[in-house]
Design a protein around this ligand. Sequence first.
Ligand code: 4AD
Ligand code: MG
Length: 430
Amino acid sequence: MAMRISELAAFSGQEATIRGWLVSLRKGGKIRFLVVRDGSGTVQAVVRQEDAPTEVWERCADLSQEASLEVRGTVRLDQRAQGGVELAVRDLIVISDAADFPISPKEHGVDFLMDNRHLWLRSRRQAAILRIRSQIELFLQVELGRRGFVRVDSPILTPSACEGTTTLFETDYFEQKAYLSQSGQLYNEAAAAALGRVYCFGPTFRAEKSKTRRHLVEFWMLEPEIAFASLDDVMDLEEDLISALVRHLLKEAADDLVVLERSPQALLAAAQGGFARITYDQAVEVAVQAGQPVTWGEDFGSPQETAIAAAFDRPVFVHRYPTACKAFYMQPDPERPEVCLSVDLLAPEGYGEIAGGGQRIHDFALLRERLAQHNLPEDAYRWYLDLRQWGSQPHAGFGLGIERTLSWLCGLDHVRETIPFPRLLTRLYP
Ligand code: 4AD
Ligand code: MG
């Protein structure tokens, strides 16, 4: 196998072969500079007419951006070069040409880039986002594992709704109707009664006719669920996980954050933990003060979330929303049943809600009543009611939206850049 570019620095003075794609070619009289990337990094390969075989020199006269190449040469340490090394080329093979690659270094419109998303992914910026996405997914799972959480995968095809019937994707399941999962939460609750602490992680779907910079039709959610747990336990876990994640990225993704021009300064407060915790009632006051009035009982829209978050320098938990504006499974506050033990986590800088969760109803009769109030067919939820019949306990959990979290951490304008192939209201291609 060829060596990866990121490993070259350890081979100073030695011969190495790399395989990758041409980022750019710059030509001087007797010298040619090829910038090559392979996913692990980029390196400048230098072809000198006096050192390289004639056919190699000639081959480098006209290479197209994104041509795939195999390059052999001597590794030279060079403080000024990216990655600290350059490659003095001895041999070069064009594996495949890439004449007229559609995406050039000039500016392109978003629609054009989205139509060419399969090629756009190769840009430095998109690759940086995808690397950070991968780091987030891995880090959070390792952290949950360390805390004794077991990953339990939940189904995608389901017979019932979790987050309201208006955003369900319906599909034909032989002679029956099925829906694409909006959340693995209900199945997590069954798994938590088996294993105590669980999480699921996978794609979720919302047939949402929203065309905003925060909404995807298909997005990925990490959902921990804890048996014998309360609303406060959920806030504590969210805060611990997210502040640890921010610290991790500031250290391990520093180079990619530079590519994205995301200032570490913007994330320092979140890295310290100590997230603000306010009630829905207090949040309404903050929104009103900021000139974004809300009618008590309604969920917040983007402008209100932005105004509420702007009052704090780090993420803010808003808890105890009106029961009427939240999902059927939310546990009412025993002290004040018109509000429920729910919590949304709002990110700073206008990124809005990145996680939602809370304490679930554990009482059989109350859950049955709620299903009826929400016009949900009891048959499809029979198994979910069973969980309240045998060994029920107060339990709680949350769902963290990976794309909104990534959007905030990377400082992006729109969630469409946070997922390799976004599914949006008006986009299913590529
Ligand atoms: O607030 P939501 O709808 O909560 C649930 O689905 C719960 N059942 C989760 C749980 O308690 N286990 O969604 C949770 C998060 C949101 O905070 C947001 O980050 C993300 O999922 N999300 C979306 N992300 C992108 N596009 C959409 N259309 C999203 N809808 C929700
Ligand atoms: Mg929500």
